[in-house]
Design a protein around this ligand. Structure first.
Ligand code: FUL
Length: 478
């Protein structure tokens, strides 16, 4: 019986991330930019019949977008190079439905290039969103001819603009201009991406990054990166995606039937498992595109802060959409909250109080002789690994003076997969008694535990349960 449990646990932890997935998780917080003809028509889903001439931002400044993203603490930007309406923000050689036929820079513009160059300038990574669903192109729904078109466009984007960190393939899929729905040749798309940009992740309708399943910014309490392989099937992702342009859908949280994706119970009968870390995508406004009437409905700093803590702090990447307006600028209401968010992130997680504490583990050392000191540096080279079968690990942080604690940060060494299933946090009060501060489930790439300003000289974390044995890489207190 015991052997069976261990055998199953070993099976689960044998599922490990690829280097490109690790690099993506380490980015933590990225920006999405939705911009196309919809910005000018007021729509969320364009019909594909819009005249390119309506695309006419008069004060566009891509540097302002990227500076805003950088100030917000974002590490990467994903641009909607083509949304469902089929309009291309770069002068594609394969269609007239693009920026080349708009009045923007007299048809000489290339917004993909502008954004990509601004990203380089500000030291941010650049990624592309290319909607498979295309309501404009005449080949859509005809099979191979559209796949060829899509591959040609992917090839343009992946060969002309330097390194791309992600290709974001949307799950939304409907009819084209001819009333037909395309059956995508996903394998061909994936092969092209891997060949042209081997470091890029393929997100959402792809094998590397999992859509969290909602557009409202809600992350699961227990977000597992090891899940059934069937979750990466594009058909399933399309079924769960928005079926029509629907504002209510964008507000809906996690489907209650999909709360638990990676528990032992959920995985036990699944033959095929994959490492598929979550991304939570949401917009700073009710819509994905800019609409003037939503200027007063920009999410507040407090709301974004809470979502950041629950997303980046619960083993998910946060992808926040910041849509430019008709001028081609990010509205000052948005800029203001984004700056506050960036200030909060920088102020909250820069000074690690653990730098001034002792870190004492129980057991005192692991099988390799590593002690609590191994948890100080935020790198996978130093870590603490319990012996196989030893689930419990206690970590004590001890200061000489009383400290005011806001957040505890825990990180697993995900090179060994995701293992921790349950942990508890305690603090010592002024009378020397231990009080419970938090009970948690998964840790994964990163867990942020709110400590709400408690005052203490001693903090204790106890990992209670894990698959095989916990392998922790970092403990920080702020
Ligand atoms: C959805 C799309 O239909 C929305 O317009 C938006 O692009 C969002 C990120 O994905 O599936």
């Amino acid at each position: 019986m015991v052997d069976e449990v261990l055998r199953e646990e070993l099976r689960l932890v044998s599922v490990k991330p690829s280097p490109r997935q690790i690099a993506y998780q380490q980015m933590e917080f990225n920006g999405f930019i939705h911009f196309t003809v919809n910005t000018f028509t007021g729509k969320e889903w364009g019909t594909g019949k819009e005249s390119p001439a309506i695309f006419n931002p008069t004060e566009l400044d891509a540097r302002q977008w990227i500076k805003t993203a950088k100030d917000a603490g974002m590490k990467g930007i994903i641009l909607t190079c083509k949304h469902h309406d089929g309009f291309c923000l770069w002068p594609s050689a394969y269609t007239q439905h693009s920026i080349a036929c708009s009045s923007y820079q007299n048809g000489q513009g290339d917004l993909v290039k502008e954004v990509c160059e601004a990203c380089k300038e500000f030291g941010i990574k650049f990624g592309v969103y290319l909607s498979p669903w295309d309501r404009n192109h005449h080949t859509y729904g005809t099979g191979k001819a559209y796949d060829d078109y899509f591959i040609n466009q992917l090839t343009e984007l992946l060969t002309k603009y330097g390194e791309i960190f992600v290709v974001w393939l949307d799950g939304a899929c409907g009819e084209g201009a001819n009333g037909k729905v395309q059956k995508y040749d996903w394998e061909r798309y994936y092969e092209t991406i891997r060949r042209l940009q081997p470091k890029a992740c393929i997100a959402i309708s792809g094998p590397d990054i999992r859509w969290c399943g909602n557009e409202a910014g809600v992350t699961r309490e227990s977000e597992w990166s090891v899940v059934p392989a069937k979750l990466a099937e594009p058909k399933k992702i399309a079924e769960d995606s928005q079926q029509e342009d629907n504002a209510e859908f964008r507000q809906k949280g996690v489907d209650p039937t999909q709360m638990e994706l990676g528990t032992r119970e959920k995985l036990k009968d699944e033959q095929q498992l994959i490492y598929y870390p979550a991304e939570t995508d949401l917009s700073i406004r009710p819509g994905w595109f800019y609409h003037e009437e939503e200027d007063e409905q920009v999410r507040s700093f407090e709301n974004l802060r809470d979502i950041y803590l629950k997303t980046v702090g619960s083993n998910a990447v946060m992808l926040l959409n910041i849509p430019p307006d008709k001028r081609g600028l990010i509205h000052h209401n948005d800029v203001e909250v984004l700056r506050k968010l960036g200030d909060f992130i920088r102020a909250s997680f820069t000074h690690n109080l653990a730098d001034r504490s002792k870190i004492v583990t129980v057991p005192l050392t692991d099988a390799q002789g590593r002690g609590g000191e191994a948890l100080r540096s935020d790198s996978y080279e130093s870590f603490f690994a319990n012996a196989e079968g030893e689930k419990e690990l206690e970590i004590n942080l001890v200061w000489e003076e009383i400290q005011r604690l806001s957040y505890l940060v825990l990180k697993e060494n995900i090179l060994f997969s995701q293992r921790i299933e349950r942990f508890e946090v305690f603090w010592e009060n002024i009378s020397g008694e231990w009080e419970a501060a938090y009970q948690g489930t998964v840790v994964g790439y990163k867990k942020i535990v709110p400590l709400n300003g408690l005052m203490t000289k001693r903090l204790r974390v106890i990992i209670k349960d894990a698959r095989v044995a916990p392998v922790l890489s970092f403990v920080g207190v702020y």
